[in-house]
Write a protein that binds this ligand. Structure first.
Ligand SMILES: C[S@@+](CC[C@H](N)C(=O)[O-])C[C@H]1O[C@@H](n2cnc3c(N)ncnc32)[C@H](O)[C@@H]1O
Length: 311
């Protein structure tokens, strides 16, 4: 549906402005029907990345294999570009192409597919409330050693010990929780996030959206060997503290009072909490006391509390 305030003349003028932008390619229902991935046509090849966006299982297994991720909404798209990520194509209605004219004009080499809203819905499988989508190239993953190296004190800081905070998300499976946890990490000064091999994908559309694009701001990597790599953190000088509801844990205030220069906080999966393998290797086991007989906090809520307390 078109915006109610716009007259037919406004809509026609907008369509002309959009058609004059570099990179704009108008697509219709025929291309959407043909974009099944087998086509040799470059337009159809680009469009197949937008197909089946609501199929979470397929997307989570295929996007990293394809080396891409989907940025959704103009705000997220701008944040991804600000972070230096490379767009491979854009997809949007006239309304959002007009709104993103500066972005499209600055990247004339990137195809910007523009279509009517029902055509977009036919392709992606959902109504694009937030307007714009982009297929982005996944940034090359940074290794754990490189990431830790970047957090070390540098000569320019006089080599003085640098207060450092790392968050480790062990097997967090819910993309909403993961996005919310990244948002807290960014807002509360966590220097880097590590996700374990079975953790959900921080670059899945929903994680990015819930994080408000902060997954592009906080340096993060996927750990190759978990829980063995807890040792790598310890050797780099981090006190590794697991957030747990298990027996014998100290209260968060006690950890805060210890005031560690370098602290890595490990959070467990939504269902079962920390794995026994990780639990055994921890330097500290820490709990956030709760009231009213509540048995646990949502994992993203526990991240916000712990990040703030230990900042
Ligand atoms: C929903 S909880 C998992 C509950 C699970 N039944 C257990 O016993 O750990 C998910 C994660 O959030 C963190 N968490 C939640 N509430 C917490 C609390 N009160 N104190 C410390 N960590 C907490 C822990 O890292 C936990 O592994």
């Amino acid at each position: 549906m078109n915006h109610p305030q716009l007259t037919p003349e406004d809509i026609a003028a907008r369509a002309r402005r959009v058609s004059a932008l570099p990179g704009v390619v108008r697509i219709g229902a025929e291309q959407v029907q043909a974009s099944d991935g087998r086509a040799e046509d470059p337009v159809l090849r680009d469009l197949r990345f937008y197909r089946g966006l609501t199929d979470m299982r397929m997307r989570t297994s295929r996007e990293s294999e394809w080396g891409v991720y989907i940025a959704e909404s103009s705000k997220v798209l701008r944040r991804a570009l600000d972070a230096g990520h490379e767009p491979l194509s854009f997809l949007m209605s006239d309304k959002w192409a007009d709104d993103l004219a500066d972005v499209l004009s600055a990247r004339p080499e990137v195809p910007a597919y523009v279509a009517a809203e029902d055509v977009l819905e036919g392709l992606t499988g959902f109504h694009l409330h937030r307007g714009a989508l982009a297929v982005m190239r996944r940034p090359r993953p940074v290794g754990l050693a490189d990431l830790l190296e970047r957090l070390r004190p540098t000569a320019s800081s006089g080599g003085a010990p640098r207060r450092s905070r790392i968050a480790v998300f062990e097997n967090m499976v819910d993309h909403t929780n993961l996005g919310a946890a990244f948002r807290s990490a960014a807002a509360l000064g966590v220097d880097a996030v590590l996700v374990t091999p079975s953790c959900a994908d921080p670059l899945y559309r929903r994680s990015i959206r819930v994080s408000m694009g902060t997954v592009f701001q906080v340096p993060w990597t996927r750990i190759g060997s978990w829980p063995e790599d807890i040792r790598v953190l310890q050797e780099a000088g981090y006190v590794v503290a697991g957030m747990t509801l298990g027996e014998g844990a100290v209260e968060l205030d006690e950890l805060v009072a210890e005031d560690h220069e370098a602290l890595a906080l490990v959070f467990g999966t939504e269902g079962h909490g920390l794995t026994p393998g990780a639990d055994r290797r921890l330097d500290r086991r820490v709990t956030i006391p709760m009231m009213q007989g509540v048995d646990s906090l949502n994992v993203a809520a526990s991240c916000a509390v712990a990040f703030y307390a230990t900042r």
